[in-house]
Design a protein. Structure first.
Length: 262
């Protein structure tokens, strides 16, 4: 597929161009004015997302409450580019993300909080999240704990929902769906490949493969924020969040992509 390879090469060239052009300014802003640096970082992430050919379709309203705990499904490293584009919050991620090429660097510089998800370290991780929520900073959490295949939502772990209960923080569920391919419904096999969940595929070869596609339509549904005082336990809050995100995924697959873009 010569044309597809040329498209991928062009997109990689744009990624490198963005990196060389924006990185010095990004680095300087982070040193002299971190909030401004984070704001510029969202523009930086948005530029990289556009370079690799992912178009956002945002539905719903972003919570304006500070702080908010944003809860999202997770199927790909591209989720960082998607949410990082417009959600003013720090990501919470497993420690391995810091070692990812390119995306790990971006995530770290955007102030990602790295959490050890083993049972013995969860209490320490919870304390770290509370520390930032107490500062009024919103957080983005992927409660599945790993990436899915993009066709389903994995069960949500409830441990980190405890911080919302303890601090009475608004929770907003978000559904990310890689639903369209050049304005047509994305076939299931492409959807599964778009979700980077297989340990057999390295990140850069995967990025090269999806860069050969046309334009990918990503539907982001922002569900109504949840008031945590309505729920008595973290497990109940986690389940309600899970059901909201799951409904969003099913709706994105059922509704024609052409209608969702209008």
């Amino acid at each position: 597929m010569p044309r597809a390879s040329l498209l991928a090469a062009w997109r990689f060239f744009l990624v490198v161009l963005v990196f060389l052009t924006f990185t010095p300014l990004y680095w300087i802003l982070l040193k002299i004015n971190q909030p401004l640096g984070f704001k510029f970082g969202r523009f930086y992430l948005s530029s990289w997302r556009k370079c690799i050919g992912h178009q956002l379709i945002i539905k719903g309203e972003l919570s304006k409450t500070q702080p908010t705990l944003f809860i999202s499904n997770h199927s790909s490293y591209v989720d960082i580019l998607v949410l990082g584009t417009f959600v003013p919050a720090r990501f919470v991620a497993k420690q391995e993300v810091a070692r990812w090429p390119i995306m790990g660097w971006l995530a770290t510089n955007q102030g990602t909080l790295y959490i050890d998800r083993n049972r013995n370290a969860i209490a320490e991780g919870t304390d770290k999240l509370i520390e930032y929520l107490d500062k009024g900073e919103s957080l983005i959490l992927f409660p599945e704990g790993t990436t899915s295949d993009g066709c389903r939502i994995l069960p949500f772990g409830s441990s980190f929902f405890d911080v919302a209960i303890k601090k009475n923080v608004v929770v907003q569920p978000i559904t990310i769906t890689y639903a369209g391919w050049d304005r047509l419904p994305m076939p299931r096999y492409m959807r599964k490949f778009c979700g980077w969940f297989s340990p057999d595929i390295a990140l850069l070869p995967h990025l090269w493969a999806i860069a050969q596609w046309g334009t990918v339509q990503v539907i982001v549904e922002l569900h109504p924020p949840l008031k945590v005082e309505t729920y008595t336990t973290r497990k109940e809050l986690a389940q309600v969040s899970f059901l909201a995100v799951q409904r969003g995924l099913l709706k994105a697959f059922e509704c024609p992509i052409s209608e969702q873009m209008s």
